[in-house]
Design a protein around this ligand. Structure first.
Ligand code: C2O
Ligand code: CU
Length: 459
């Protein structure tokens, strides 16, 4: 495999010079989403009008200590209503930011005060949850980092927000949000891939340096397939939650929309060379992030990193008493769905398509007034996810983290978003210990808007 400098796919951009990372801006106490012009493409292309929470895209990094309180005033400077969801936080339900379920959408010119505690350390993010298939694609997202009381022993850290954009040659965002073809096929996949809003992100390193990399997939529909070169890497956390033991990266890593991976990496590339976070796209790899090696930190290889300090997840699941629930995904192009219930009425696929509903959960398209399940607080749930479609789905549950189970029922990773390939099934288990109304949806945002959305009540 060849590492190329082909940093975007269809525009055929010239390789740009390696530049240093900009300094981190101070976190504002107000988040004002509005249209802004930013430079996404190299300087020989025009700028792009995005919707952003701060000066650039992604939005300003919010970084707090574990257990801290986060307060942000959302001031809506957009031409549409909006709301902010704090993805992966085991949050007070009233602050979850889901219009129609946990709050009213914030009208243009209006504001809303978010105020919540962050119980768990880890890598999280925030994003719009109103017309998310458009608003997130226009740039409305940012990192939310919750620091451990005692962090890992590293020489540095980078937050890397991976995204893709559908841009015209003029630099403008293509305005075909929610196109029937995207909704029913692979979702809105962009033609320009960025990290932290840049096509050419380069982070100078020293040989032997140990870094923590916090990866966030903020794309609407793209599943990133990533590998490393010129570094030894271990996965230390997934969706914010520490692994009990660091896991060496030996195979490509798949990242569904909304998923996060925390890596600890040791730079092994030679001085004057480069290490890479590689984006595997077809048979080619290209530099998602380049790490030019400018000097030497440690000559000897270090030992395997220690695990991150675990979050306190309370009492674990009671598997023997688990309530079984099933979520069957149906629909989409090349699917077998012959109809579904929408707005209380059985409809055939043609009528559903006429209403831009292409997907269903358990035979129901879009949200309903009644929840998928009403759970009592503390109840253990074993949720069987069945993907009976021809497309992959990243299924996200708000308000709790769940544990993926292996085919043999063995406990796997804690996550808030789980990726199911076409035809795949997986059980996840969680304790419904956070009261409120929680959304359960596909994080391919166009799919969520066109059917794959339901909710659970924890009473
Ligand atoms: Cu990332 Cu319903 O959210
Ligand atoms: Cu999906």
């Amino acid at each position: 495999m060849r590492v190329t400098r082909r940093l975007s796919m269809k525009l055929g951009l010239a390789a740009a010079a390696v530049r240093a990372l900009p300094a981190r801006a101070a976190t504002p106490e107000t988040l004002e989403p509005r249209p802004r012009r930013v430079r996404l493409l190299p300087s020989d292309y025009p700028e792009t009008e995005v919707w952003s929470y701060g000066e650039g895209v992604p939005g300003p990094e919010i970084r707090v200590a574990q257990g801290a309180r986060v307060r942000r005033k959302l001031v809506n400077g957009l031409p549409q209503p909006t709301a902010i969801h704090w993805h992966g936080i085991r949050i007070d339900n009233a602050m979850d930011g889901v219009p129609g379920l946990t709050q009213a959408a914030v009208a243009p010119g209006d504001s809303f005060d978010y105020d919540f505690l962050v119980p768990d350390a880890g890598t999280y993010w925030y994003h719009s949850h109103d017309r998310a298939f458009e608003q997130v694609a226009r740039g409305l997202h940012g990192p939310l980092i919750v620091e451990e009381a005692e962090g890992p022993d590293t020489d540095g850290e980078e937050v890397l927000v991976l995204d893709d954009w559908r841009l015209e040659q003029s630099g403008a965002i293509v305005g075909d949000f929610g196109s029937p073809r995207d909704l029913s096929h692979g979702g809105r996949i962009g033609n320009v891939v960025t990290t932290n809003g840049r096509t050419d992100l380069a982070r100078p390193v020293r040989r032997g340096e140990r870094l923590r990399l916090r990866l966030i997939n903020a794309a609407n529909a793209r599943i990133f397939k990533l590998a490393v070169r010129g570094m030894d890497a271990w996965v230390v956390a997934l969706d914010g939650m520490p692994l009990p033991a660091p896991r060496p990266v030996s195979e490509p890593m798949l990242m569904a929309p909304a998923q996060r991976i925390d890596l600890i990496v040791d730079i092994t590339a030679e001085e004057g060379g480069e290490a890479f976070l590689l984006h595997l796209d077809g048979s080619d790899g290209f530099a998602q992030v380049a790490f030019p090696v400018t000097g030497r930190a440690a000559s000897a290889r270090r030992s395997v990193p220690a695990p991150l300090s675990p979050n306190d997840m309370g009492k674990g699941p009671e598997m023997s008493a688990a309530t079984p629930l099933t979520l069957t995904m149906e629909g989409g192009a090349m699917g077998r769905m012959d109809g579904a219930v929408m707005d209380g009425r059985r409809m055939g696929v043609r009528d559903l398509a006429g209403a831009r509903a292409y997907w269903a959960f358990n035979g129901v398209a879009r949200m309903t007034d009644t929840p998928l399940a009403t759970l009592s607080r503390g109840e253990t749930v074993r949720l069987t996810l069945r993907n009976e479609t021809a497309w992959p789905h990243g299924i996200h549950l708000h308000g709790v983290h769940f544990r993926e189970l292996g085919a043999d029922g063995a406990p796997g990773d804690m996550r808030d978003t789980t990726l199911l390939a076409a035809g795949e099934a997986r059980d996840v288990v969680f304790v419904a210990d956070n009261p409120g109304d929680w959304l359960l949806h596909c994080h391919m945002l166009g799919y969520a808007a066109s059917g794959m959305q339901t909710w659970m009540r924890v009473a």
